[in-house]
Design a protein around this ligand. Sequence first.
Ligand code: HEM
Length: 438
Amino acid sequence: MCELPPGPRVPPLFQMFQWISRPIPFMRSCAETYGNAFTIRFIATPPMVFISEPAAIKQVFTGDPANLRAGRANRILKPIVGSNSILMLDGVRHRRERKLLMPPFHGERMRLYSRMMCEIVDRSIDSWPIGASFPIHPQMQEITLDIILRAAFGVAEGERRWRLRRTMVEALRLAGRNPLLLVAAWNRLVRIRREIDRLLYDEIARRKATAQEDSSDIMTLLVAARDEEGRPMSDEEIRDEMVTMLVAGHETTATSLAWAIHSLLQNPKVLAAARAEVAHVVGEGPRLPPPSPEQIASLEYLDAVIKETARLNPVVPIVVRRLEKDTPIGDTKIQAGNIVAPCIYLTHRRPDLWPDPEVFNPDRFVGRRIDPYTFFPFGGGTRHCLGAAFATYEMKIVLARLLSRVSLRTDGGQRVRVVRRGITFAPSGGIPVIASMN
Ligand code: HEM
């Protein structure tokens, strides 16, 4: 019989309420009281053991995926992404699905996305008011939604893509609600899901029937994909993966960008250094050509800004694996059926790993390779985020474009708190800013 690490003794319903409504103080107080590993309990799910010690995290990320199952632990997302989503799969099916989905996210393909990403950022910047306050987070959401829709569905489909966009925005807005309020909106969510299914199955049928004039979008690649035995993906699999890309790739990237802008505006010296690098590498002003992938790769300081943002304010706070058998992790043996949760937020703020952990200091990352069990904003092992290269490239393009075209300053000194937005931990208040042209 194994003993789970200690944890709060209040009833599971109360622990769940705290995790939903004030997750950061809840996690921090658990870590202060119980240390490297603690167990929290919710209703209707197995106990979750939070861990924040690199050696234990390494055991999870390098352990046998047949034992440490992410698909089973991710069940909560199934009503949104569907049962064929890569997020839901384990074992052989997960491996097959990753192989099929990998090509559009391969580093080489980023070259194709540069121009499209710049056009979308430029259009957004052109619409910003000059000299008046506006919240920047919703602008980042618009940008990342347009980018993922264009990458996923291609460029040619005006009216159809617009309808899909409108429906997705509604679905994502609902999914972004506090889970306690979501129950009340369940019927609407079901109706929107039906509408999304109709649009997606329509689109899949169209791709299958017509010549692939634009083979660079993800949906076209999935329709054409074949596994090792030459089998194509089913319509249901393609539908679920398209929704997965939108859900996994839109809000996460938008929220990371909002945190990056917040941190830059709070740290004028860092902002000045990032702007100087961008001006040096890609230039300044309104009518620049899209940066080349080589230019993007050479923006080392901006890369460090993005990493330091992900360290201090990771938008996904934990990753989860459900154990198939009793497994020693860290100082304990965790019983089969329980969930182990490497905690990104707590690991990234440990003073023994990160001196002055509360200070935003991108220099920590300049010229250094960081241990993947100390810094893991994109998770790890065989489940490492499929869109990590895409998201990083996108964030660099958006920030570089923004820094070369406009100057932003904060609108007053509101205190920013961490709030839940769907699957992400976001800054409160939308980050109001005032823009002026460079
Ligand atoms: C800054 C933006 C993003 C962050 C912080 C992020 C973070 C994560 C994390 C923490 C995981 C779980 C990893 C694990 O369980 O170990 C994950 C998985 C995943 N992400 Fe991302 N992600 C981002 C952007 C994207 C984008 C743009 C896409 C696709 C377009 C994407 C697609 C996926 C997929 C498909 C998985 C599941 C991988 C699997 O189970 O094998 N993500 N992401």
